[in-house]
Design a protein around this ligand. Structure first.
Ligand code: SF4
Ligand code: SF4
Length: 72
């Protein structure tokens, strides 16, 4: 799991179920998500959580439910 928390919300990426399709990163217009290169291929990474508006578009774009947005 990869989690970033800011201003009462968290974005969590389950690295075990993530396939690296990067739909989430492409969907985010606020550039909250970047890309890191791993041995198994590219993976999304939270790079600018303070820009997140908690719209949930990234989580809805994920075909395998690997990215979750939680308002806390
Ligand atoms: S919740 Fe919205 S603003 Fe935040 S990372 Fe996802 S798409 Fe971007
Ligand atoms: S959309 Fe889901 S499976 Fe695709 S890179 Fe993002 S978290 Fe991983």
């Amino acid at each position: 799991m990869f989690t970033r928390i800011a201003r009462g919300a968290s974005l969590e990426i389950n690295q075990q179920s993530c396939t690296g399709c990067l739909r989430c990163a492409r969907r985010c217009r606020r550039r909250v998500l970047g890309v890191t290169r791993r041995e198994e291929g590219p993976r999304p990474v939270v790079v600018a959580i303070d820009n997140c508006k908690y719209c949930g578009k990234c989580a809805r774009a994920c075909p395998v439910g690997a990215l979750s947005l939680t308002i806390i």
